[in-house]
Design a protein around this ligand. Structure first.
Ligand SMILES: C[S@@+](CC[C@H](N)C(=O)[O-])C[C@H]1O[C@@H](n2cnc3c(N)ncnc32)[C@H](O)[C@@H]1O
Length: 237
């Protein structure tokens, strides 16, 4: 369960909140009962401990694509996509316990067979994923950490973007959305400085007709506050 993290606390540590609302006993029970049924976190920790970096999610399923959503929040987009594409495998990465429980509930209620979850800090998970094995990443409105002194906490720093790209298959892609101008500028700058490292990059303001527009809580908050949302698409040939 989530207290198991005590054993390997370093792999769960991150900057931010882990629980927002107090969890009811029913939710704690659901978590205890289901989390390890839908997670490879124990195995991932073994990889991290033994410094292996060839964890291949393709060995875990027989589906057509392997897709990772990082920081899925309440899991709305993850569940919607998993229902729409039962022949794709989804790994959801999230440190926020309320979000994990929400998704476990959805998995159970909809009898979904194509979703798995990780509660580890994604930066660690990223270290063990075998290069060339992931079709798509979705990172929708990552924590913006707007104050300049907090920029170093941002998930999408140079190191992580390059590592994520390395794990992509040929024709794989990374889709990022953000409503933070300064995060967008940081990503644009690191892409420009490392342009030789990526095959194709597109950055544009998200249009209302984009299927991802308003697909998550944070995006709807941005829309309600009349903020622009940007979409960054990086892909491999
Ligand atoms: C601003 S919220 C966006 C949530 C959702 N994608 C949305 O658009 O509504 C960012 C999410 O990323 C999660 N997160 C932050 N750092 C993370 C990390 N290192 N690994 C996994 N999830 C992380 C947070 O817990 C939070 O739920």
């Amino acid at each position: 369960m989530f207290f198991k993290k005590i054993d390997f606390a370093k792999y769960y540590r991150f900057q931010g909140r882990r629980i927002s609302k107090k969890l009811s006993p029913t939710k704690v029970e659901l978590y205890k009962k289901l989390f390890y049924q839908y997670s490879f976190d124990d195995e991932i920790i073994q990889y991290l401990e033994s410094k292996k970096s060839d964890f291949d999610l393709k060995n875990k399923h027989n589906l057509k694509k392997t897709i990772i959503e990082v920081g899925f929040g309440n899991g709305e987009n993850l569940i919607k996509q998993a229902k729409l594409n039962p022949d794709f495998f989804y790994l959801g990465s999230e440190v926020f316990v309320n979000g994990i429980i929400n998704v476990l509930n959805e998995i159970k209620n909809n009898d979904l067979k194509n979703v798995n979850l990780s509660q580890l800090n994604f930066s660690f998970l990223l270290d063990i994923i075998k290069p060339g094995t992931i079709d798509n990443y979705y990172i929708l409105n990552p924590d913006p950490w707007e104050k300049k002194r907090h920029h170093k906490r941002r998930l999408l720093n140079r190191e992580n973007i390059i590592k994520i790209y390395r794990t992509l298959k040929k024709e794989g892609s990374i889709t990022i959305t953000t409503d933070s101008d300064s995060y967008l500028n940081q990503i644009e700058l690191l892409i420009t400085l490392n342009s030789g490292s990526f095959d194709f990059i597109q950055i544009q303001e998200m249009k209302a007709e984009d299927p991802l527009y308003g697909s998550t809580n944070y995006q709807r908050k941005a829309i309600a506050n009349k903020k622009k949302i940007y979409k960054i698409h990086i892909s491999k040939n």
